[in-house]
Design a protein around this ligand. Sequence first.
Ligand code: MG
Length: 338
Amino acid sequence: MEVKIKHFNLLFKHKFTISKGSKTHQSIIIVELDHFGVKGYGEAPMISYYNITVEKMLEDMEKKKSFLEKFAFSDPERYWHYLHHLFPDNSFLVCALDMAGWDLYGKIKRKQLHELWGLDIEKAPVTDFTIGIDTIENMVAKMKEQPWPIYKIKVGVENDMEMVAELRKHTDAVFRVDANAGWSLEQALEKIPVLKKLGVELLEQPLAKQDWEGMKTLYTVSAIPLIADESCVSEADVKKCHKHFHGINIKLTKCGGITPARRMITKARELQMDIMIGCMNESSVGTAAIAQLAPLVDYVDMDGPLLLAEDIARGVGFDFGKIIYTASPGLGLEIEPL
Ligand code: MG
């Protein structure tokens, strides 16, 4: 198997701001697996607050390249176990390679992954569109620029309730709110009833990721469902979030790919928790992978390609939030070889 990795720095349409900071570009890596001429692709973005840099991904890949090239690929689940042991502290790189393994597998089987798994794509929920933190005026303008049935509004600043209230004046669309761990328990207790009145459907990660005590309190009183994002990184976290959150936001990059994400979905269903599948501003490569799992979840947040001004592949399309799948096998991508 031949393995390649390449770094891209993709420009956002608008500067992207959340409670943790701003960025103008999304740094990503793309991997390519070549198995007897069939090529599979995967992606991992660089997210500063998860402490995995592009340099670390490139360096880890270089160090273990010979092991990757020697591996006799047969199926993606076996491949994930190999990757997981090869890169125990780099779930981002594991994610990119696992995704590429699944793309390859689908291409060998000449089917898109959702077909291999027997899923009905008509059941895939509509994806939301994210409005980053900005002046209220700019947030309203960004919302109007992209008419959409569901918006996810980033909060976690002092005047955030004012922001949501002003946006509400301009649309009847469904609102989701994401505080990215930006509130204290007191602030959350104060703000949740306001959000309820503004018709907010769910609230993502109100408190710091390790504030389990605070979440236990909030879980019992919250008038809207609470979804864990930063508190739910890997498989073991699903159980920890039970009875602290109503649901979890699974992201392929943080958990280490499609393989563990499928197990997390099974576990969350067992525990009767809501499931969101989310993105980290991936290009169309990572977004196509998220789309394969979309029919299995309750909420979808995969608007990366809509927020970015640049892309490196053609994958799923969007029709007012509805995911439009291609006919290509694997992840369903059209991409230039690296
Ligand atoms: Mg989030």
